[in-house]
Design a protein around this ligand. Sequence first.
Ligand code: GTQ
Length: 369
Amino acid sequence: MTTYSDDVLGRARVTDNADLHAYYDKLARLDAGALWTIANKIEPWFPQPESVPVKWSYQELRPLVLEALRLVSGDDAGRRVVALYNPRRRDIAATVGLLYSGLQIMGPGESMTAHRHQAAALRFVLEGTGAWTIVDGQKLKVGPRDFAITPNWTWHEHGNEGDDGPVIWQDGLDIPLVNAFDAGFYEVHPDVYQKQEGITNSSLHVYGAGQLRPFGDTWHKNHSPLLAYPWEPTYEALLNAAEATDGSPYDGIIMEYSNPLTGGSVMPTMSAHMQLLRPGESTLAHRQVGSKIYTAAKGSGTSVVAGQRIDWTEGDIFCVPSWAWHEHANASRSDDACLFSFNDFPVMRALGFFREEAYPDNDGHQPVG
Ligand code: GTQ
């Protein structure tokens, strides 16, 4: 059993006095300080995220996202997005941890200019049928519950060629992560718009056939060559797996959107999942090092995050800070429920930070406070 008392040999436990305060002042004047005054804070026993669990209600936010259509043009805004802020992370525009998310809206017939940046992006479509994006010349058409990626430093521009209303999709980017490393670059496309190369959804034609890979392929980039992951085959894969397996006790039936060539995450910094909770299913609690952002893709349910109950229904978004216990339940006894999520686990794994554990007590469920 680990003790978390700081009053042990090996932890800082200096009692302040007048001499020490005078000494600290002298150090401060030289841009220095005594490590023992902050050591326990900067090397905590376990992760201490500033981020808190938050739910963003789609029903509440949607009218405000629609209002942005009237208030600002896409061209003036660059991207017309309502960003989702964690209350204590507004200063770095983070939704949770070092991840950012927002709701982007595009009106019928609208198109946005092309740019590229060091941050990687992903999209999950919430509503509307006319959405498209061009990623390094490749045009992708995406509909409700489709997932698509915009790997870092790829040119991208978006639009809505439908005539039956706006498109709203969720953006997920690693902007705060890139900025934490002071690694951000940004460029506007020299021609303002890209030219489409090849056929629409060409990566799906080449790389979208499941277990079949183009033989002799020379793809060498560090992200998936498959750029769009439509909902129908994703849902079908979950239903098929549900027939054959019990799935995970913590996540139900869960699939990772993967790079078909490596089986790994779609991009080096972010991974995404779609999970299915069977009718009446409730999972056990676990926690991981890394931040997660969930979107209710289908149905409704309840998750408990760090002891906090979060009821969700389609379009709702909620976050799980690093090392926070979380568990999920489908509210329906007759219909399945699906949660989309993305996370920074690839970074945690690459740096050797990843850990995962199951809630040990109380039959695997955390107390709800
Ligand atoms: O689509 O390029 O929500 O650059 C934030 C920054 C979307 C985008 C965001 C971006 C984008």
